[in-house]
Design a protein around this ligand. Structure first.
Ligand SMILES: Cc1ncc(COP(=O)(O)O)c(C=O)c1O
Length: 419
């Protein structure tokens, strides 16, 4: 073992960073004040309004304005946002919905839960995001919608996908759970699709408290449909006398959560700017390390960095990626060997078709006219898993954290220099 390898914390040396990286601390006195004001109002009026009150209205209006105008409805989670957006399109059961390979399971499960078939498009080369070519390969007369997750805060080629979808008259849902504040050719992610879905759970760029989500659209009729689908199919905006018009659930967000969300939303541009600045410094500080490359985007693709992707070049290293990642963790940087959620279509709920009991539906239904056993090998996505690792960062890292992370990469790369 060389001297520098034996000095790694992995082998008993002292780590670059003894203390864990600091907690995010993104909820502060302004959020506390908003919660207090809400509770004061409830106490003063003796009424717990619960949802669709002035807090939610203000939050949704501000959210829509930030996306350049349109309509937003606050819901209970990002998964609920995808579910509601899909339902709002009133698609046919046993049609096919194309979706990128990397997403949270909650971003994909709404498709079979609505008796439609998820068609897993590969990612574009060197990306976690799917692209127009990969989507086009899966188009069929059965395609009813396309869901485009923007992974890690990096926008997909949404311009190309919108152009393709437009030619075929297929609606697009952008899944922006990880991409608040990201921009494609200067325009905010979430403002391209027919609908877009956001998660606002606590780990996301901006949060409405512990859990939450948002559905956005510029189309008034779709917005009205969203409102109905998020609220047990209640006949919102329908003529007097109409009854609940669709079986769905109650996905409403509470006014209390919305009060927090509004405060957080105001902080979002600053959070994103700070994340970009931090990543800029990390890229600069590690630019001469040939073994790795931190993800660089822009100017057309502006990531809002929910997490950072790092390419690892094994041919330039005297270790494999797993050992390299283990060494980084031992020095104090919690990295994930590949993508943190994996691919939902590799998970047992999908491979064992566990959606509606043991029926195998929707795939097994005679009403589905495609190939129920079609595989989705996704070679580009697999290559991404092999070639990259990832780590989380947040806007409250100080110079100390940035310097430590750079020092960790310097120490580990110098220990494993090839040759
Ligand atoms: C791409 C994507 N879609 C959907 C979701 C689901 O959001 P939630 O956890 O708020 O249900 C997530 C959650 O991380 C996500 O990353």
């Amino acid at each position: 073992m060389s001297d520098s390898v034996s000095k790694l914390a992995l082998h008993g040396g002292s780590p670059v960073r003894e203390a864990p990286l600091p907690a995010r601390g993104h909820i502060g006195s302004e959020e506390k004040e908003a919660i207090s004001a809400y509770v004061d109002k409830v106490l003063a009026t003796g009424t717990l309004g619960a949802y669709q009150g002035e807090e939610e209205e203000a939050y949704c209006a501000a959210f829509a304005e930030q996306l350049g105008g349109g309509y937003a409805d606050a819901v209970s989670s990002g998964s609920a946002a995808v579910y509601v957006a899909l339902l709002a399109l009133e698609l046919e059961a046993f049609s096919e919905v194309i979706i990128g390979p990397f997403t949270d399971p909650g971003g994909m499960m709404p498709i079979p839960l609505q008796s439609m078939i998820p068609m897993i498009a590969d990612s574009a080369p060197d990306s976690y995001n799917t692209g127009p070519e990969q989507v086009e390969e899966l188009l069929s007369p059965r395609t009813s919608a396309i869901i485009v997750p923007h992974i890690a805060g990096e926008p997909a080629d949404i311009g190309g996908i919108m152009e393709l979808a437009g030619r075929h008259g297929i609606p697009v849902i952008e899944d922006c759970a990880q991409a608040h504040g990201a921009r494609y050719k200067g325009q905010l992610a979430g403002s391209f699709g027919d609908l877009s879905a956001f998660s606002t759970m606590s780990g996301k760029h901006h949060s409405s408290g512990g859990q939450g989500g948002m559905v956005f659209t510029r189309d008034e009729a779709l917005y009205q449909s969203v409102r109905r689908m998020a609220d047990r199919g209640k006949p919102h905006f329908l003529p007097e006398g109409a009854t609940n018009m669709q079986a769905t659930l109650n996905f409403n967000q509470t006014d209390l959560a919305a009060a927090v969300g509004l405060v957080q939303l105001r902080k979002l541009p600053g959070m994103v700017e700070r994340r970009r600045a931090i990543v800029g410094q990390l890229i600069e500080g590690t630019a001469d390390l040939e073994m790795i490359a931190m993800r660089q985007t822009g100017p057309e693709i502006e990531s809002s960095y929910w997490f950072l992707q790092v390419a690892f070049y094994p041919e330039r290293a005297a270790c494999d990626k797993e050992t390299f990642c283990e060494s980084l963790r031992a020095e104090g940087l919690p990295v994930t060997d590949d993508y943190r959620y994996g691919m939902p279509h590799r998970q047992s709920w999908y491979t064992e078709r566990r959606v509606f009991g043991s029926s195998g539906y929707p795939w097994a239904s005679p009403l589905y006219k495609g190939d129920p056993n079609r595989g989705f090998p996704c070679p580009n996505a697999q290559a991404m898993l092999r070639s990259h690792f990832t780590f989380s960062l947040h806007e409250n890292w100080s110079t100390r954290e940035i310097d430590d992370v750079i020092a960790i990469f310097q120490k580990v790369t110098s220990a494993y220099r090839a040759g």
